[in-house]
Design a protein around this ligand. Structure first.
Ligand code: ARG
Length: 231
């Protein structure tokens, strides 16, 4: 495994694309990376006797970084897909998610996925949102490095819609006061987030699963969940 020693503490290097609130993002006051995923992986590490260092990494660079051993763990609101599961090991699901659509507040032409045909859509590169948007007939899909940038493009009027993970869309609407955008339609997909580790490091995956079980049993997972998502 790629685990390093730093002083006495055993260190695990975790990463995610950290403009994905409330899962991983920069705290404006402390400048530290924070969020549900960051708290969860730190708690998992602690349970395993490790200190976890969390760093920012482009979303499409996460799996290559696991492969090359530059990081030990990717936790980044990453959906467990069969395609990704051929390249990495996934932990048990730790969060239930799915995709929704954001449109401009004053747009009444888009009420659900079927209305996206032929529209300009912004997505984050390498995501399930991007994969689903590309299935929409005649849609022009533009890929951005982050979901935050995709949403900015919607606000700027450059696209008609954003296809992105529901909890991130909802968090954005609450944080921004919902003045500029709104969510429309039903949730398109049902997706499970998993913690990814290198294919060859099955031992680390097993330890993460064990720690995740323990945190669910001792109430720690629940505490972190409530901190970020309320009851
Ligand atoms: N759940 C989606 C996927 O796995 C999007 C994840 C994006 N995560 C992020 N931290 N930007 O494709």
């Amino acid at each position: 495994g790629g685990q390093q020693q730093a002083g006495q503490a055993k260190v695990l290097r975790a990463a995610g694309e950290a403009t994905f609130a409330p899962f991983e993002f920069q705290d404006e006051k402390t400048n530290e990376l924070t969020g549900f995923d960051v708290d969860l992986i730190k708690a998992i590490g602690k349970q395993m006797g490790y200190e976890v260092q969390y760093q920012n990494q482009s979303f499409d660079g996460l799996i290559p970084a696991l492969d090359s051993g530059n990081i030990d763990i990717a936790i980044s609101g990453m959906t467990i897909t069969s395609e990704r599961a051929q390249k990495v090991n996934f932990s048990k699901p730790y969060y239930k998610s799915g995709l929704t659509i954001l449109v401009k507040k004053d747009d009444d032409s888009i009420k659900g996925f079927k209305d996206l045909a032929g529209k300009n859509i912004a997505v984050q590169i390498g995501t399930t949102g991007s994969m689903e948007a590309k299935k929409i007939p005649d849609a022009k899909v533009r890929e951005f490095n982050s979901a935050a940038e995709a949403i900015m493009e919607l606000k700027a009027g450059g696209v008609d819609a954003v296809v992105n993970d529901m909890p991130v869309n909802e968090y954005y609407l609450v944080q921004s006061g919902g003045q500029e955008a709104k969510s429309v339609g039903e949730r398109l997909t049902s997706e499970d987030y998993g913690i990814a580790t290198a294919k060859k490091n099955t031992e680390l995956n097993e330890k993460i699963n064990k720690a995740l079980d323990e945190l669910k049993q001792n109430g720690e997972y629940e505490k972190i969940y409530v901190k970020w998502f309320g009851v």
